[in-house]
Design a binder for this molecule. Structure first.
Ligand code: FES
Ligand code: FES
Length: 314
């Protein structure tokens, strides 16, 4: 019993190897055109058929999400095939929701280029925002959208544009770093300093100017605590709620700051004058309770002193 099963397996293995070799040596797919729709643009390039889409995208520096180097084990390299590409493979199936399959979503690392392809790269930032907003993210399903309907797979993009003034400032920042290779983090730092946060149009602008995928710029922007994706005030008040400050009434100081600034919902005033944050130690425990505004320390605080301090910053 054992010997025939082994024999059949051996024969199947040999046939598979022969088919792979035949596919490599005998089949010539010629040149194939790949058209990519990304955000508002369409890019086009020609590749020698027979390769896989993920590696073909990497060559013209159109990097897309991937963390398994094409082994079909991360499920991040999703693209939407608008034409060409054949049937979805069993290796891709486990990473796709029903809606994604219906909309033509595929794993770029599993799509062999045998003909002209037209693809759409999902907008990662818009996708993540929609997931957060609709609370549709199921970590067990990686980044599947579990809404029903096609619109759930590729959500509508919100129209967000840069103002003229903002655009000029961004051009100036990027110009300062044009001779510095790999300057994305310093560029983001400067943008964050200039605007007090990283807006979505600014992230898009940066990605485009540095020829980087938006997902990568977004990853860096969310990785570092120093960056904010929400608008922040011109002045940053930090109230310490560390142990030393807390026992000396840090919470009362915080309430006083919030009520003086009229903050009930959120921590940034509507006129973008102040953002209030709490910290767990400013390093001046001997002067507790303590707060800082734009880095200047105010110690031995009483709630009655808060108004006077806040008025110093217009
Ligand atoms: S690169 Fe990981 S699944 Fe394609
Ligand atoms: S605990 Fe507040 S400054 Fe250290």
């Amino acid at each position: 019993m054992f010997v025939p099963v082994l024999l059949i397996n051996m024969i199947l293995l040999v046939i598979t190897v022969l088919l792979i070799i035949a596919d490599l040596l005998l089949v010539n797919y010629g040149e194939c055109k790949v058209t990519i729709h990304e955000e508002d643009e369409a890019k086009e390039f020609t590749v020698e058929g027979g390769g896989f889409l993920l590696s073909s995208l990497t060559e013209p520096a159109i990097a897309i999400n991937s963390s398994c180097a094409g082994k079909a084990s991360c499920g991040y390299c999703k693209v939407k095939l608008l034409s060409g590409g054949g049937q979805i493979l069993p290796t891709e199936d486990i990473f796709m929701s029903r809606e994604e399959k219906l909309s033509g979503m595929r794993l770029a690392c599993q799509v062999k280029i045998k003909e002209d392809l037209e693809i759409d790269i999902p907008d990662f930032l818009t996708t993540v925002r929609t997931i957060v907003k609709n609370k549709t993210y199921d970590p067990k399903l990686r980044w599947h959208l579990i809404k029903t309907g096609r619109e759930g797979v590729l959500p509508e993009k919100r129209v967000t544009r840069l103002g003229k003034d903002e655009e000029q400032k961004l051009y100036a920042i990027l110009d300062d770093f044009k001779e510095t290779p790999g300057a994305v983090v310093p560029v983001l730092q400067r943008i964050n300093e200039t605007f007090n946060y990283l807006s979505e149009p600014a992230l898009r602008f940066t990605a485009k100017s540095l020829h980087m995928p938006l997902s990568e710029v977004h990853r860096l922007a969310t990785f570092y605590n120093a960056f904010s994706l929400q608008p922040r005030g011109r002045h940053i008040a930090k109230v310490c709620l560390g142990t030393a400050c807390y026992v000396k009434g840090g919470e009362k100081i915080l309430h006083s700051v919030m009520s003086k600034l009229g903050l009930t919902d959120g921590n940034t005033t509507e006129d973008l004058r102040y953002t209030v944050e709490t910290v767990s130690c400013i390093g001046c425990c001997g002067q507790s309770p303590v707060m800082s505004v734009n880095g200047s320390i105010y110690g031995y605080l009483k709630p009655s002193m808060v108004d006077g301090i806040l008025k110093r910053y217009s």
